[in-house]
Design a protein around this ligand. Structure first.
Ligand SMILES: [Zn+2]
Length: 156
């Protein structure tokens, strides 16, 4: 049974750590998420946040926020790559069957990077991430991710 551990908050924290080039913070966050078995939840939350920000970027610039194929090709395992693209696109997400921890981390950091790129395109300063992290609940409080329930409860 997975406890609610605040995937959306962790997703913002990961983007913040990358924005600050805080490699230690990034690694510690990933270890915390992995211990909770929350890698897939994190990828879903990151996909949703990047998608929302890409819409903000499109609104701000008046043109679509395009993601180059090269971005997705950074994720070596095809199943993890496909899942990440689906998380970003916001479509149906099946129950994940992959187990490549390395690719999951690459996927998470790729989506967080997309979130940051979309923020830049939208003209939103990086300090906004810190404000969001301060505002949303800690991991022990219930959080309802703003993504469709994909039946993605992750357990050990
Ligand atoms: Zn892999």
């Amino acid at each position: 049974m997975t406890t609610v551990w605040g995937a959306p908050r962790a997703a913002y924290l990961l983007a913040l750590a990358i924005a600050r080039e805080d490699d230690q913070g990034r690694s510690e966050l990933w270890e915390t998420v992995s211990r909770a078995g929350g890698e897939t939840d994190l990828v879903i939350a990151l996909g949703a946040q990047a998608r929302l920000m890409s819409r903000a970027a499109a609104t701000a610039t008046g043109k679509p926020f395009d993601v180059p194929d090269a971005v997705w090709k950074r994720i070596p395992c095809p199943d993890v790559r496909d899942y990440s693209m689906a998380a970003y696109a916001g479509g149906e997400l099946g129950t994940p069957s992959f187990s490549c921890a390395r690719c999951l981390r690459i996927a998470a950091e790729t989506l967080a990077g997309l979130h940051l790129a979309a923020m830049d395109a939208a003209g939103i300063p990086r300090t906004w991430l810190a404000e969001v992290c301060a505002r949303i609940p800690e991991a022990d409080e219930p959080v309802t991710p703003s993504v469709p329930d994909a039946g993605a409860a992750v357990g050990p």
